[in-house]
Design a protein around this ligand. Sequence first.
Ligand code: FMN
Length: 291
Amino acid sequence: MTGLHTAWTRSVGLTTPIVCAPMGGAAGGALATAVSRAGGLGMIGMGSSGSTDRLRAELSVFDARDRPWGIGLVDWRMRQDTELLPTAIAAGPTLLSVSFGESFEWVADARAQGITTTTQVATVAEAVRAQDAGIDVVVARGSEGGGHGAPTVGALTLLCAVLDRVQIPVLAAGGIASARGVAAALAAGASGVWVGTVFSGCVESLIDDDARAALVTADETTTEVTTRFDRAAGHAWPDRFPERVLTSAVDGGTGVNAGQGVAMVRRTRSAAEVIADLTSGAADLLGRWSR
Ligand SMILES: Cc1cc2nc3c(=O)[nH]c(=O)nc-3n(C[C@H](O)[C@H](O)[C@H](O)COP(=O)(O)O)c2cc1C
């Protein structure tokens, strides 16, 4: 596989600038293991239904501690289950993400243990606030993205605007689902990419086979943003963070998180295959410009 490096991948020890987003109900220990073993940064995600017990269970499956890896929490859930954060920090991930919150007191605790910290932002103002709070890396998450997030600004606009304003490394997220998206983000100046939907469709993900099949048939027009599942479940999501799901799933009554990049999920692959395709394809595309 052709390598692709940025200053950030070198500092973290990655062989490719691809981070698998922490996805509750999709990114467990098996997916994180597969991504990290393939040279990316695999993350265990604890979402709306995350808990300390579930985190411990996924950590027991995770088997790539000799590689860079991470854990991702959701702020409101972390505050309900107060053992989540200490358990995540004690596990010693390379990268810890806490997203969808307002305060950053967790950053000092993580950094004190040598853990790199990150959070997803949807506006330039949020990116600046995160940098000022001591966050090490910021994820500029565009409105195309799957799962929860403020559906405010498209990924390319957000990435460029955030890159202009902060000095810390920026990872690009939202709709990055093929080598073209990876190349575009890196060419713009991103330190890496944070990819969700494509990895959620991989064989190692925790989603069920019906959901995996639905991802393969969906395209860029068949997702929508909704709060209906969170309301029905009584989850404490702030109103400004709806989730992007497959429209077919909305009709069917069960939410399948997916972003508009689902158009590029054409078959069910392994995480290693996705990483190889994204990495060598992006290196090839970027190489065309320097030739
Ligand atoms: C199935 C799924 C579950 C997700 N769960 C979480 C989560 O638990 N925590 C989180 O911070 N982000 C979560 N996200 C959002 C991702 O972190 C990221 O913003 C998004 O996947 C990027 O856009 P993309 O899906 O187009 O790659 C989830 C996304 C998906 C697709």
